[in-house]
Design a binder for this molecule. Sequence first.
Ligand code: GAR
Length: 205
Amino acid sequence: MPERTIVVLISGSGSNLQALIDATQEGRLRAKIIAVISNRQKAFGLERAKKAGIPTDTFSLKKFREQGQSRIDFDVAIAKTIQERYHPALIVLAGWMHILSPEFLSFFEKQNNIINLHPALPGQFDGAHAIERAFEAFKQGKITHTGIMVHKVIADVDRGEVILKREIPIEQNDTLETLEERIHSYEHKLIVEAAQAFLDNLENN
Ligand code: GAR
């Protein structure tokens, strides 16, 4: 049976990382988070990882650039760390705000084991500020609901095979903050279910 190990990539608050940590600790997610990698030194998620005793690594694109290295060098350094040091069954992008280059993805082509949480439904609001854009579209009467998804990561941003998705209503009296809150609470469930589904699928194949 393959080892159910996960590396989580974060850039910020890490509330979805926390959901994964809680689920592993409570036995709802049968897996071990073996490392957390951040591209921001101040990401609060790093504190969450440390508190849970999970090793962390931080990579700064700015520092790479200052040393005359490229964005691709940066991506390759992260990919090598993940593959050579941790060799996880699954890589979860949980609020990871850096588009990964084909050079990064090529390290994991065979395993096809990178999944990303995105706060929009497939084909809608790809890329950054998805919740703000959905809220704007709602105010203009263009949509009545939004959603979230977890999908496989491919070079085409937010267009990889969908593992799980969920529609989320937008209420008439919603503010951006109340909508964000609702989205986050559903994300914390979906990310755990998607990680579990991915790992179960590995075992069954
Ligand atoms: C989440 O809402 C996640 O869906 C979003 O960043 C937030 C991270 O929150 N990700 C993207 O927009 C990726 N395109 P967290 O740091 O509290 O987990």
